[in-house]
Design a protein around this ligand. Structure first.
Ligand code: APR
Length: 308
């Protein structure tokens, strides 16, 4: 195929992303990990699934960054996953070290790619990738909001017994407990959920969304979510490859938008072939802006610890 996507980290999220890209025949896929044999084995297994799926995507598992050369998009999932009782923020320093090394190697072989960081704590890791890569902000766009809003959409659909396809959810802010789901802009067939659900139900949905990652971690016992995160990454990949100009909530480096400066925070952006082509600004009420500011402050704290 004439498109190439590399996925760094062949663990649960990375493998789920690679499999889905190959199934959808979106591009050739290179799956890279530091573990020897694992990316090769998973890659070969996926390649062997392609005849059944009717996909001509080629999948290659490797330990060598040279194999990622000339990628259009590179998804970064390398790192440690959260364990029960561990906050996303506990992972900060360990994952920052991994992400720095990974970014340097990726950029060396794919200087024109679009980077999609997925490793947590997401917003801070995006900032590490952005600084280390030297890429313009359009080409470093983090995955978090698509996942958070998908979680919220599932809960809305469940509460109202409607198709998930009718739901739209709006989530702003950092990918953490301080994220800001906005019920006023979350709709079912265009109708704000605040007109369809009582206040207590809306509040319960908002809280469950903000704790969505932790809920799965607790259930799994080891590791963290990967099916929905994988789907979320692939929605972003598809929007970029197909130049769809799709508006999705993503982590981007804000430069004054929403009153936030020089910081990765989740906001709605237009995704196309250039990456995060435009930040969409909407007007916020005072309480919503205050919640966003609080969420941004939580990201800033991490970024300052890392000095990025
Ligand atoms: N280079 C390449 N791969 C690495 C490196 C490195 N320097 N360090 C670790 N890895 C690999 C691990 O070997 C492992 O295979 O990253 C992979 C991570 O996979 P999992 O532990 O299964 O974690 P996963 O569930 O995929 O989550 C990855 O995404 O959603 C986030 O919080 C999650 O930060 C975590 C990341």
């Amino acid at each position: 195929m004439n498109r190439k996507i590399s996925v760094i980290g062949s663990g649960n999220v990375g493998a789920t992303v690679a499999r889905s890209i190959a199934d959808k025949e979106l591009a050739d896929v290179v799956l890279l990990d530091i573990l020897e044999g694992v990316p090769q084995g998973k890659g070969l297994d996926m390649l062997e699934a392609c005849p059944i799926e009717g996909s001509d995507s080629r999948v290659l598992g490797t330990n060598a960054y040279a194999d990622t050369a000339g990628s259009d998009i590179v998804v970064v999932t390398a790192g440690l996953a959260r364990k029960p009782g561990m906050s996303r923020d506990d992972l900060l320093n360990k994952n920052a070290g991994i992400i720095k090394t990974v970014t340097a190697e990726v950029v060396r072989y794919s200087p024109d790619c679009i980077l999609i960081p997925v490793t947590n704590p997401l917003d801070a890791m995006c900032q590490v990738v952005y600084r280390e890569s030297g890429f313009p902000r359009e080409r470093v766009v983090g995955m978090a909001g698509v996942l958070d809003s998908a979680r919220m959409r599932s809960f809305i659909a469940e509460a109202l017994n409607v198709s998930v396809e009718n739901t739209h959810a709006f989530v702003l802010g950092g990918h953490g407990d301080t994220m800001v789901p906005l019920p006023r802009y979350s709709t079912v067939a265009g109708i704000p959920i605040t007109q369809l659900l009582d206040e207590a139900t809306v509040e319960a949905i908002v809280t469950r969304t903000a704790n969505g990652g932790a809920e799965i971690v607790k259930l799994l016992g080891t590791g963290s979510a990967y099916y929905a995160p994988g789907s979320a990454v692939v929605e972003m990949v598809e929007a970029i490859l197909k130049d769809k100009k799709k508006i999705l909530p993503c982590a981007v480096f804000l430069q004054g938008e929403y009153g936030i400066n020089d910081l990765y925070v989740g906001v709605p952006v237009k995704l196309g072939v250039g990456g995060a082509e435009q930040v969409m600004e909407i007007s916020l009420q005072e309480d919503e802006q205050a919640a966003l500011d609080k969420s941004a402050a939580a990201v800033k704290e991490l970024v300052e610890i890392l000095g990025v």
